[in-house]
Design a binder for this molecule. Sequence first.
Ligand code: E4P
Length: 211
Amino acid sequence: MGIFLDSANPDDVRRAQELGFVKAVTTNPTLIARSGRSGLDVLSELVELFDGHVFYQVTADTVEKRFDQAWEAHRIRPDRVIIKVPATTQNLAMTARLVAAGIECAVTAVASPAQAYLAAQVEASFVAPYISRLTQHVGGSLDVVRDIARLLENTQTEILAASIKSVDEAVAVMLAGAQHVTLPLELIMAMGEHELSQQAIEEFHAQHHGE
Ligand code: E4P
């Protein structure tokens, strides 16, 4: 099980590094666009700030350009950059080529067990089902995760649930079979808090100071 940070913001990534339990950082083109900088520039900074894997999505408009883009990102830090490839049949074929060349890949924006199955066939390290988008558009996102988990049993491909909007949703997808979840910083921070814990802490604090 791993908690990943879903952000391209250097301050968030620094915080995640300090927390110590965040295993990886996922970025996407929307998150990178918010920085106003080039993707590779942001990626280079994030791998310096964070010790674990950093996921980077290819975006170019042809397969060959996406393939080259993957290589460029991979070369920035071959041992720690994972290439995110959005799920399409052509991109799955490209993923097979990247994996064969020794580049670790995650198939992202996954919306069906069929796509996840093909991601395992091409030996992607991760598949990323987009949970809240599935909930909004088809309902039953947890059933999709359960089916993916069954299909990927005995494969090397792990489920990284993405597009998660609440702590409860994060826990639900892990219970449904996702090995990892990627979350914005505020959800990671919220996972460790509960009002009843806070109440207990305040009671102990009052007693300690009353002694
Ligand atoms: C995951 O890697 C993606 O960056 C992200 O979770 C997508 O979330 P969204 O549906 O909020 O764009």
